[in-house]
Design a protein around this ligand. Structure first.
Ligand SMILES: [Cu+2]
Length: 135
């Protein structure tokens, strides 16, 4: 039995497959990017001196495999920011502004090494580290 909805779905799938075939690897890369694992960064909720990077199920990020991640940063406070850096490469990867409040997603490819995040204004007390494994 083929109802109208099923036909629509099949039509959409055919278009997707055709587009993928025409666009070749670019389409495949686009699909891969949409499936990046997500990490959630939060800082300064209710102006608390708290900062954390967690998986979507709420676990603190301690050790993750190398790869491309979508890091969703929630900066809740005008007193704090969220900065991420590679300790191994001694390089800052991104930072939000201290005065800035909002949500922004950064897509990053993380290679093996040690990483640290912190609030730039209170880095001695507001910080965390994690390891990227593999490679
Ligand atoms: Cu701070």
């Amino acid at each position: 039995m083929t109802d109208y909805r099923t036909l629509l779905m099949i039509a959409a799938m055919s278009r997707t497959l055709l587009a993928a075939a025409l666009a070749g690897t670019f389409a495949l890369a686009g699909v891969a990017q949409a499936q990046n694992p997500v990490l959630i960064a939060k800082v300064g909720l209710h102006n608390s001196y708290k900062i954390a990077l967690r998986t979507p199920d709420g676990k603190l990020v301690r050790s993750i495999p190398a790869g491309t991640y979508s890091i969703v940063v929630h900066d809740y406070s005008r007193f704090h920011n969220f900065a991420l850096g590679s300790q191994t490469e001694n390089k800052r990867l991104f930072t939000t502004g201290i005065r800035w409040v909002g949500t922004r997603t950064y897509t990053l490819t993380l290679g093996p090494g040690n990483y640290a995040y912190a609030c730039s204004a209170h880095f001695r007390t507001m910080n965390g580290t994690f390891v990227v494994t593999g490679g």
